[in-house]
Ligand binder design. Structure first.
Ligand SMILES: Cc1cc2nc3c(=O)[nH]c(=O)nc-3n(C[C@H](O)[C@H](O)[C@H](O)COP(=O)(O)OP(=O)(O)OC[C@H]3O[C@@H](n4cnc5c(N)ncnc54)[C@H](O)[C@@H]3O)c2cc1C
Length: 239
């Protein structure tokens, strides 16, 4: 499958292409599949960093359909990693539901990149949902002793179960039901985040694009969180 104009643009931006092969596909819950892959040489070529993600190329009626997914437990020595696919109606979800051992998928590495702040922040203030859970886990693992408050939005209370917080001192998950297209999360975070914030906090936000935009603007414009202490990226577009 060609990658159309998006593939050409990524090539111009020095995107690197790889082919992954499915090693296993496990249905974890009603809303989640975990797939493991061999990396087609990617990890030794690119290295790894916290919250690392890649662009996967799916097919949509013969047209290229590119979506981002986060690496889980990347192992450069073995050339393997996993991915966790949240299930909803969509091409990427459909592919994950049906993927079988030996299936391949093309991927481009471009645009990912996150560096652990140095010096370490006093605390992490994180806002996310099931699509960003793999990235949240990776972020927390990259700063294992840093306290964190995680506002986690989901429609299903069991969705937050995979966040490593219960046995780690100083980490707290605030569960927020997804209501009114994310409005409840925006309201909850706007009313409670200011009381947590100090000058050395690091704010990390990855939810649907509208929610992410609203909360990033709030942190930046109303709370004066400096750019180097704020990361915000919309992970999916609500329709
Ligand atoms: C950097 C980055 C890393 C990401 N990592 C992961 C990851 O590790 N695991 C993961 O599951 N997702 C991850 N995502 C989100 C994923 O790329 C999107 O959810 C994507 O839209 C799924 O594509 P699709 O083809 O299944 O659905 P689309 O064709 O994009 O959308 C189809 C329908 O599904 C809805 N939809 C899409 N995503 C969601 C969602 N998450 N929840 C509810 N409804 C949704 C849309 O509103 C639309 O109505 C990441 C996104 C980014 C930007």
């Amino acid at each position: 499958m060609g990658h159309g104009w998006q593939g050409v643009a990524l090539k111009l931006m020095r995107g690197k292409d790889f082919t992954f092969t499915v090693r296993s596909n496990e249905r974890i819950s009603e809303h989640l599949h975990r797939l493991t892959f061999t990396d087609g040489g990617m990890l030794s070529a690119t290295g790894t960093h916290p919250t690392m993600w890649v662009r996967l190329w799916f097919e949509d009626d013969g047209r290229p359909h590119q979506r981002a997914y986060t690496l889980v437990d990347p192992d450069p020595a073995a050339g393997t990693f996993s991915m966790e696919f949240v299930l909803h109606p969509g091409r990427a979800s459909d592919w994950a539901r049906a993927a079988e051992v030996g299936d391949t998928i093309e991927a481009t590495v471009q645009g990912t990149g996150f560096t652990v702040p140095d010096p370490l922040p006093s605390q992490l203030l994180v806002v996310g949902d099931p699509a960003s859970r793999p990235a949240i886990n990776s972020l927390l693992e990259s700063m294992p002793l840093t306290p964190a408050t995680i506002w986690f939005e989901s429609s299903d209370p069991s969705d937050a179960d995979g966040i490593p917080h219960q046995d780690t001192a100083g980490r707290r998950v605030v569960r927020v039901p997804r209501r009114d297209g994310g409005a409840e999360l925006v309201e909850t975070v706007r009313s409670s985040l200011p009381a947590h914030l100090d000058a050395n906090s690091y704010v990390w936000i990855a939810c649907d694009t509208a929610t992410t935009r609203a909360l990033a603007a709030f942190a930046c414009k109303q709370l004066d969180v400096p750019k180097e202490r704020l990361y915000a990226l919309g992970y999916w577009r609500a329709s």
